[in-house]
Design a protein around this ligand. Structure first.
Ligand code: NDP
Length: 333
């Protein structure tokens, strides 16, 4: 019995040695390729941290689904989102960032470990980690919306608007994104219904004015979406006007495309067992820094920012994360 156990241990040790051989060691691992990730990479590479950046499912992040970015300093004429992300990627590469395709599928940050598994197989052990995984579009959560995803329901007007040229569409939401997407769609569609659950828009005044000045946008205040209707593709919406009020009323509109613009969910799922988040899932950082509750793990960009969520603030926090990582690593050497 004892012999068997000892042999078992030898096997275990060999197995562990094999696993360790396959673990790649890096100084600085950056997860995510939006403005935060690329900016962190530029700074980390220039600080000789030899960063490895894992791009994730949507290389370039949310900005690759945007048309013009007019508010990023340094571009007096504006720049398209995809072009800007391509420039950031090239800049990060110029200083030697190792940019890789792949998805982080799990992490182990227990007992001061910073182990990351990519595509369920490649193991990386990092001396420092910068989480810049961004946030994803939120959906209403109704069954019919799920049914028509990809055949009339979309969360990205700039990606899919083209398919609805000359047709009627609806956008749900009352923030800047909903207004921006409505104006964008109004430029190519026959009519845009903007469906707002409250009796006012949350969007900035400038955006509200743009909506008001676009004749083919009809804003339906105090309307909630009950159902997306159609057979194989979307043909309409059933809405509830003044839900819960005495004069509550069911309203039907004919549309071909339904666009969600009701906010985002931070991509922090894999980190939650180890990293503190708020109730929505935004990673908590120590105010004034990008430090998380795990030593050597930093967070930057939309995944930790419920307030600003701009490309420029995201890039700024990416820079902070690289500096925090560099200082952390210097303090350890
Ligand atoms: P926001 O969180 O600002 O707005 C979300 C909107 O969706 C709100 O009007 C909210 O309604 C509505 N909503 C949420 N859940 C539901 C639901 N279940 N049914 C119906 N409506 C719902 O998100 P945005 O994406 O618009 O903006 C995020 C951030 O990005 C903001 O800070 C914004 O200013 C910024 N931004 C800036 C732009 C620019 O400057 N060019 C462009 C786009 C975004 P309610 O108001 O009732 O809560």
């Amino acid at each position: 019995m004892e012999l068997f156990k000892t042999m078992g241990n030898i096997d275990d040790n060999n197995h562990q040695d094999k696993l360790d051989e396959n673990v790649e060691k890096v100084k600085c691992l950056i997860i995510g390729s939006g403005p935060a990730g690329y900016t962190a990479a530029i700074y980390a590479a220039r600080a000789n941290l030899s960063p490895v950046l894992i791009q994730g499912l949507q290389p370039g992040g949310q900005l690759t689904t945007t048309t013009d970015v007019d508010n990023f300093p340094g571009y007096p004429e504006g720049i398209s989102g995809p072009e800007m992300m391509e420039d950031l990627r090239k800049q990060a590469e110029r200083f030697g960032t190792d940019i890789r395709w792949g998805m982080v599928t799990s992490v182990d940050f227990s007992n001061n470990k910073r182990k990351v598994i990519v595509d369920n197989k490649n193991q990386i052990e990092a001396e420092s980690v910068i989480i810049s995984t961004g946030a994803d579009a939120r959906y209403l959560g109704i069954e019919s919306e799920e049914k028509f995803k990809g055949s009339g329901v979309s969360a990205c007007a700039t990606c899919d608007g083209f398919f609805y040229k000359g047709k009627n569409v609806a956008v749900v939401g009352g923030g800047d994104t909903a207004c921006e997407e409505s104006v964008y769609l109004a430029g190519m569609c026959k009519k845009v219904y903007l469906i707002v659950r409250k009796n006012y828009l949350r969007a900035s005044k400038a955006m509200q004015e743009k909506v008001a000045n676009t004749p083919n946008i009809e804003t339906l205040f105090e309307h909630n979406t009950k159902e997306v209707t159609g057979d194989k593709v979307v043909t309409g919406l059933t809405l509830i006007k003044r839900k819960g009020e005495k004069d509550e009323q069911e309203v039907k509109i004919n549309i071909d495309g339904f666009f969600l613009a009701i906010g985002h969910v931070p991509n922090s799922k894999f980190f939650k067992p180890y990293i503190d988040t708020d109730e929505v899932g935004y990673i908590k950082t120590i105010p004034g820094t990008t430090k998380t509750n795990v030593e050597g793990v930093f967070a930057a960009g939309d995944v930790q920012d419920p307030h600003y969520r701009q490309a420029i603030t995201s890039a700024g926090s990416g820079c902070m994360a690289a500096i925090d990582a560099e200082r952390y690593l210097s303090s350890k050497s």
